[in-house]
Ligand binder design. Structure first.
Ligand code: NAD
Length: 498
C-alpha cells in the first residue's frame, strides 16, 4: 500500500513524485467531518512546464510503440489497479465524500474496466478502406496521436475522470499531463503511479496538483500542449475554450438531466429510479436526474412515492457501509446547494422533503438532506441551472409533446431518461430529446463500450468507447500516385489541353 499518499502527496512528473517548486499548499478535507486529512504542495507554473516537458520527451517512443505493446502494458496496469482496489476505494471515499459502497461497487471497478477496455481499443483504431478512389492514386488513412494532451478534471468522480481523460489519450499514443481538481487529487496520483509500476514509460502520464487559475491556466495555454481536454462546469469550459483557441479541444461540461414520466409508466420503477438517479453521489453527477416531468395523471402519486423513498435514505459517514448518501464535497458546495433551495422556497416553490442542513452528528460535515421540490416555475433558476446536489424538482405536463419540449428547455443536453411501457412513445422520446444519452426506463448506468458526451451547452466530443479515440487522434489522408506519369490527367486544369 502506497502510504505516502496520505503523508505527502506531490506532483507526479516523469514517473516519480516530486515536491514541486511552489511553497503554496493545498488541503484535502474529509467532507464527512470537515477535517483536513492531508496537505500537499500546489503546482506552480514551473511544475506545469516540467510536466509538459516530461510528456513531450516521452512522446516519440510512446507514439511509435506498437499498438500491441501499448495494449500489453495497459493490461498490466489494470492488474496493478486491482491490487490496490481497496486503497483506491478508501482514498476516493475520504477525499470526495462518497459512500464506501459507491466507490467499492462503482468508481473503482468502473475505472479498472475502462483500463481493460482501452487496452483492447489501443489495437482497434479504425479508418476507411485504402483504395483507388481517384483511379490514379491509392488513398489510405493514417490515424496518428495528436501530441501532448493537457487535461483538466473536476472533483465529483476524481478517479473515473482521471480514467476517462488519460485512457483514450494514451491508448492512441499521446502523452498527457492531467490536472485533477485541487481538492481531490489523491486517486489520480495513485492511478498514475500504478501505470508506472505496470511498465508505462516515465513521462507518458503526469499529474500536477494545482489550482485552476494558475496551474490549469498554464497547462491549457502551454505552447507544447497540442490538445486540451476539459471536464467541468460550463462557464469554466467556455473560458478554457477561449484561452486554448487554436488547439484541439474536447469539452465535457455541465448537465441538467430531465426525467420524463409518461402516464403509462411503471410508477414504482419510476419512483425508485428517480430517487436513486437524483441522489447518486449526493447529486454531484453531471447526468443526475434533476428535473422530473410527470404526466398529470401520475403526478401526485409520483411525488408521494418519491417523498416516501427519500425518507428511507440513510445519511452518514462515508466509511460506514450502511451509508446511502454521503456529504457534499465541500462547505462551498453545501452553501451553493442550500442557496438554490432557499431561493426557490422564497420564490413560492414547496419543499416537500429536505431543504435543510442536518445537525447532530452530521453537523461538522458538508451534508444536505435529500430534497424534493414542487411548484417551481419552468423558467426559475432551480429548473434551469445546474445545482449539483441532492435536489429533485418535479413538474407536471399534459401532452407528450409538451413533456418533451419541457425536457429540452434548458441550455444543457448531456443526459435524459424516458419512462414508459409504450414502445412508440419510447422511440419518439429517444429521437426528440436533445441529449448525448437517453435512457429508457432507467437513468444513470454507463458502460465502457458506449460514448458519453454532451449536446448544446453540455459540451462536445466523447469520453469512453472507441468514439473517444476520434477525439485523441488526427486523421491523415495519404494519397499516392500510381500512374508514374509526369503530366497527370488533372494538370489539364492548369495547362489546358496542350
Ligand atoms: P469547475 O469547472 O469549477 O472545475 C473543473 C476543473 O477546472 C478543476 O480542476 C479546476 O481547478 C479547473 N479550472 C478552474 N478554472 C480554471 C481555469 N481558468 N483554467 C484552467 N482550469 C481551471 O468544475 P467542478 O466544480 O470541479 O466540477 C463540477 C462540474 O463538472 C459540473 O458542472 C459538472 O456537470 C461537470 N462535470 C461534467 C461531466 C461531463 O462528463 N460532462 C462529468 C463530471 C463533471
Amino acid at each position: 500500500m502506497a502510504q505516502h499518499i496520505w503523508d505527502r502527496p506531490a506532483q507526479y512528473i516523469g514517473g516519480r513524485y516530486r515536491d514541486g517548486k511552489s511553497a503554496d499548499t493545498f488541503d484535502v478535507l474529509d467532507p464527512s467531518t470537515g477535517r483536513t486529512v492531508v496537505t500537499g504542495p500546489l503546482a506552480s507554473t514551473e511544475d506545469v512546464d516540467d510536466a509538459v516537458t516530461a510528456a513531450a520527451g516521452a512522446l516519440p517512443d510512446w507514439a511509435g510503440a506498437t499498438p500491441a505493446h501499448r495494449s500489453e502494458v495497459m493490461t498490466r496496469w489494470a492488474r496493478e489497479l486491482e491490487t490496490i482496489a481497496d486503497q483506491l476505494a478508501t482514498v476516493e471515499s475520504a477525499q470526495a465524500g462518497k459512500p464506501i459502497k459507491l466507490t467499492t461497487e462503482f468508481d473503482v471497478p468502473g475505472s479498472i474496466d475502462n483500463v481493460t477496455f482501452f487496452a483492447g481499443a489501443a489495437r482497434n483504431l479504425e479508418g476507411k478502406a485504402s483504395g483507388e478512389y481517384s483511379g490514379d492514386h491509392t488513398s489510405s488513412i493514417r490515424r496518428e496521436p495528436i501530441g501532448v494532451v493537457g487535461s483538466i478534471a473536476p472533483w465529483n468522480y476524481p478517479l473515473q475522470m482521471a480514467a476517462w481523460k488519460i485512457l483514450p489519450a494514451v491508448a492512441a499514443g499521446n502523452t498527457i499531463v492531467l490536472k485533477p481538481a485541487e481538492i481531490t487529487p489523491l486517486t489520480s496520483l495513485l492511478f498514475a503511479e500504478a501505470a508506472t509500476r505496470a511498465g508505462i514509460p516515465d513521462g507518458v502520464i503526469n499529474v500536477i496538483t494545482g489550482k485552476g487559475t494558475t496551474a490549469g491556466s498554464a497547462l491549457v495555454t502551454h505552447r507544447n500542449v497540442s490538445m486540451v481536454s476539459f471536464t467541468g462546469s460550463t462557464p469554466v469550459g467556455h473560458s478554457i475554450a477561449a484561452a486554448a483557441a487554436g488547439k484541439r479541444l474536447h469539452l465535457e461540461l455541465g448537465g441538467k438531466a430531465p426525467f420524463v414520466v409518461f402516464d403509462d409508466a411503471d410508477l414504482e420503477a419510476a419512483i425508485q429510479g428517480a430517487v436513486a438517479a437524483s441522489l447518486i453521489n449526493t447529486g454531484q453527477d453531471c447526468t443526475a436526474a434533476t428535473r422530473a416531468y410527470v404526466q398529470r395523471p401520475l403526478f401526485d402519486r409520483f411525488v408521494d412515492g418519491v417523498a416516501a423513498v427519500m425518507d428511507t435514505v440513510r445519511l452518514g459517514p462515508t466509511s460506514d457501509p450502511a451509508t446511502d448518501q454521503g456529504p457534499l464535497v465541500s462547505r462551498r458546495q453545501q452553501e451553493h446547494v442550500a442557496g438554490f433551495v432557499d431561493r426557490a422556497r422564497a420564490g413560492g416553490a414547496t419543499i416537500v422533503r429536505g431543504g435543510t442542513i442536518p445537525g447532530g452528528d452530521l453537523a461538522d460535515g458538508f451534508y444536505y438532506e435529500p430534497t424534493l421540490v414542487v411548484g417551481a416555475a419552468q423558467d426559475s433558476e432551480i429548473v434551469q441551472q445546474e445545482i449539483f446536489g441532492p435536489v429533485l424538482v418535479v413538474l407536471p405536463f399534459d401532452h407528450d409533446d409538451e413533456g418533451i419540449a419541457l425536457a429540452n428547455d434548458t441550455p444543457f443536453g448531456l443526459a435524459a431518461s424516458a419512462w414508459t411501457r409504450d414502445l412508440y412513445r419510447a422511440q419518439r422520446a429517444t429521437r426528440d430529446i436533445a441529449a448525448g444519452c437517453v435512457w429508457v426506463n432507467d437513468h444513470i448506468p454507463i458502460i465502457s463500450e458506449m460514448p458519453h458526451g454532451g449536446y448544446k451547452q453540455s459540451g462536445y466530443g466523447k469520453d469512453m468507447s472507441t468514439y473517444s479515440l476520434d477525439e485523441y487522434t488526427n486523421i491523415k489522408h495519404v494519397m499516392s500516385d500510381i500512374t508514374g506519369v509526369a503530366r497527370k490527367d488533372w494538370h489539364r486544369t492548369i495547362f489546358g489541353d496542350r
